[in-house]
Design a protein around this ligand. Structure first.
Ligand code: BES
Ligand code: MN
Ligand code: ZN
Length: 486
């Protein structure tokens, strides 16, 4: 992966990247003043290029200028937009793509560099991401970036935060992109064990089918029952001594969603290896919290199961007994996510007794119907908590939109044979799923946030820091939010 170094003065100079910002509709863009300015003649030359460069200064614009025999030998003008973190993130991603023929580049940052550095580093590391099995476009050659700043030591923590955030997002992308032939529940749990192995301060417990049965996790067992690869429940705990707040994160971990007996049609099934993106995000965020030593206790629960079609699969019309004893009637085995989440949330509420509960899930196709491709659907009864999480998600460069937990649909959850109907087929799909989950929050009802992230978990195209395939959505927002708790 890309090596990024902070330097006060460049020790080597081949390609120099200079930031450029818009100056209004009728003017060419301007060079952003940088901490360690290039030699006056180089700067003057860069400025002289601007009127003819057909740049606006928008984030992500890139122009390369050759200076044969010169030092630097190439100048790159890089649009950074308003120069906020989003602009720099887009610029970093564009630079990673544009510099594919370079082995190293030198980037000059503004004097007040923290915001720019965070965006640049995340953009570089996320925009250059390739999944190892599908790197048909070739791995970007760019291996090293020297970032020129006035205070390398003071900025080291910012670099570490940005790097960890990006690395954990890349981990979530890797897990989510992995084909389901590899990624069964046992494999996923083993990946978590490997990632947590060199950290004695992280505690991991993995429950297999026998333990799940002994403790009454009926939802996870029902959904996982049709697969040759048995279900798991991952419980990963980051417990710093100085924590005052305890957060439980729950992530939907369906390693493949065929729909079960209510089997999906071909177009709907083709991407269902991504149905564990919620689990990937909460695990990666927890590993990130530990790596950054955030002073907040985080327990992550990832209920993992494969929703398959077989003689041992659960059936439409079955009644499931969840952890803690609440029963649900399922008439559509494709509404499996809420069944595994219900067990994990009931367990969190009854046994872990946290201060706050957040679940992330690729729960319904209705998320994209309501909000399009990029926004998660966020639900909470707690306005302050919802606002805090939305703000963190937005600041991190992800997007979510608050949705109503509209109790108008509560009667849809009525069943003649169980406490709840889990899959009413009467519309308002994302809201009804959220209302179903709410039934398992107990005392935590107003300290709970649910995010339906089916839509933003995947991208069809490259866009700023997003690459094709899994996006790692949620890791960045969760880490930002956790960092505010302490
Ligand atoms: N994993 C799907 C939801 C999904 C759809 C995620 C598209 C990503 C992209 C989920 O398990 C599902 O099948 N939901 C059903 C619920 C319905 C049966 C009540 C849906 O959304 O159609
Ligand atoms: Mn499903
Ligand atoms: Zn699913």
């Amino acid at each position: 992966m890309l090596a990024i170094r902070l330097v006060r003065e460049p020790e080597r100079l081949d390609t120099l990247v200079l930031p450029v910002r818009p100056e209004g509709p009728d003017s060419p863009p301007a060079l952003v003043p940088t901490a360690s300015p290039p030699a006056d003649d180089v700067r003057a030359e860069a400025a002289s290029l601007l009127p003819a460069a057909r740049l606006t200064g928008a984030a992500g614009e890139v122009r390369e200028h050759l200076r044969p025999g010169g030092t630097p030998a190439r100048l790159v003008l890089l649009g950074v937009g308003d120069g906020d973190e989003h602009g720099w993130r887009g610029a970093g991603a564009a630079l990673a793509r544009a510099a594919k023929n370079e082995t190293y580049v030198t980037v000059a940052l503004p004097a007040d560099a923290a915001v720019a550095l965070r965006g640049l580093v995340e953009g570089l590391l996320l925009g250059s991401y390739r999944f190892r099995l599908t790197e048909a476009g070739g791995t970007p050659a760019l291996a090293e970036v020297d970032v020129v700043v006035s205070d390398p030591d003071g900025l080291a923590p910012t670099l570490a935060t940005a790097r960890t955030t990006a690395e954990m997002t890349r981990l979530a992308r890797d897990l989510t992109n992995t084909p389901s032939s590899t990624k069964n529940p046992g494999w996923f749990a083993a990946q978590v064990a490997e990632a947590a192995a060199d950290r004695p301060d992280l505690h991991l417990r993995v429950r297999g089918p026998e333990e799940l049965a002994a403790e009454g996790f009926g939802g996870i067992l029902a959904v996982g029952g049709g697969s040759a690869s048995g279900p798991r429940l991952v419980e990963l705990d980051w417990r710093p001594a100085d924590a005052r707040t305890h957060v439980v994160l729950v992530g939907k971990g369906i390693t493949f969603d065929a729909g079960g007996i209510s089997i999906k049609p071909v177009p709907a099934m083709k991407l269902m290896r991504k149905d564990m993106a919620g689990a990937a995000a909460v695990v990666a965020a927890t590993l990130g919290a530990a790596a950054l030593r955030l002073p907040v206790r985080v327990t992550t629960l990832a209920p993992l199961a494969e929703n398959m079609v077989s003689g041992s699969a659960f059936r439409p019309g079955d009644v499931i007994r969840h952890y803690g004893g609440v029963t649900s009637e399922s008439t559509n085995s494709d509404a499996e996510g809420r069944l595994v989440l219900a067990d994990a949330m009931a367990y969190a509420e009854r046994e872990l007794r946290p201060d706050l509960l957040v679940d992330l899930a690729t729960l319904t196709g209705a998320n994209a119907v309501a909000l399009g491709k990029r926004h998660g659907a966020l639900y909470s009864e707690n306005d302050g908590l919802a606002a805090d999480l939305l703000a963190a998600i937005e600041a991190a460069g992800e997007r979510a939109w608050r949705m109503p937990l509209a109790t108008d649909y509560l009667d849809y959850l009525g069943s003649d044979v169980a406490d709840l109907h889990s899959s009413p087929d009467r519309g308002a799909g994302s809201i009804v799923a959220a209302l179903f989950l709410r039934e398992f929050t107990g005392d935590l009802r107003d300290r709970w946030v649910h995010v339906d992230m089916s839509a933003p978990s995947w991208s069809e195209d490259e866009q700023a820091e997003l690459t094709r395939g899994a996006t790692g959505w949620g890791v960045r927002g969760l880490l930002r939010w956790l960092a505010t708790l302490g």
